[in-house]
Design a protein around this ligand. Sequence first.
Ligand code: HEC
Length: 118
Amino acid sequence: MNKFARKYLFSILAVAALAFAASTMTHTSEAAYFQSAKSLFAQKCSVCHANDGSGNTAKGKELKVRNWKTDPEVKKMTDAKMMEVTLKGKGKMEGYEKTLGKEKVEMLVKYSKELMGK
Ligand code: HEC
């Protein structure tokens, strides 16, 4: 291999290594994001919505919480509407804008969408 080819090969390897590092980093932070959404949901929301979003808890039944897996209203609901409900509250559900802040609410709404299969 001549000097030029070696240099060329080295750059390709360096780029590939960087790309790989970047992709695993994104992957890890996505997993971490999902994990913190999941535990925050368990702390703040699952009393009523249940960990799986079915609403199948004592409190959920009492308040007639919708089953996110099957309810057609929920399937039709826009992201904006879900943000609004979670930030400001609606009916028997309190708003979380003050206690959690917009960023965490956004994270929880994304997570809720996962549970809804959206
Ligand atoms: C005290 C029980 C309770 C808790 C805790 C609760 N919710 Fe709710 N949630 C409800 C009820 C009841 C509704 C339906 C409100 C209505 O339409 O009158 C609702 C509605 C929603 C909706 C709109 C979709 C739907 O089912 O109508 C979203 C999204 C939502 N909740 C997310 C959350 C998130 C995220 C949390 C945690 C930060 C949370 N909820 C905590 C009771 C609760």
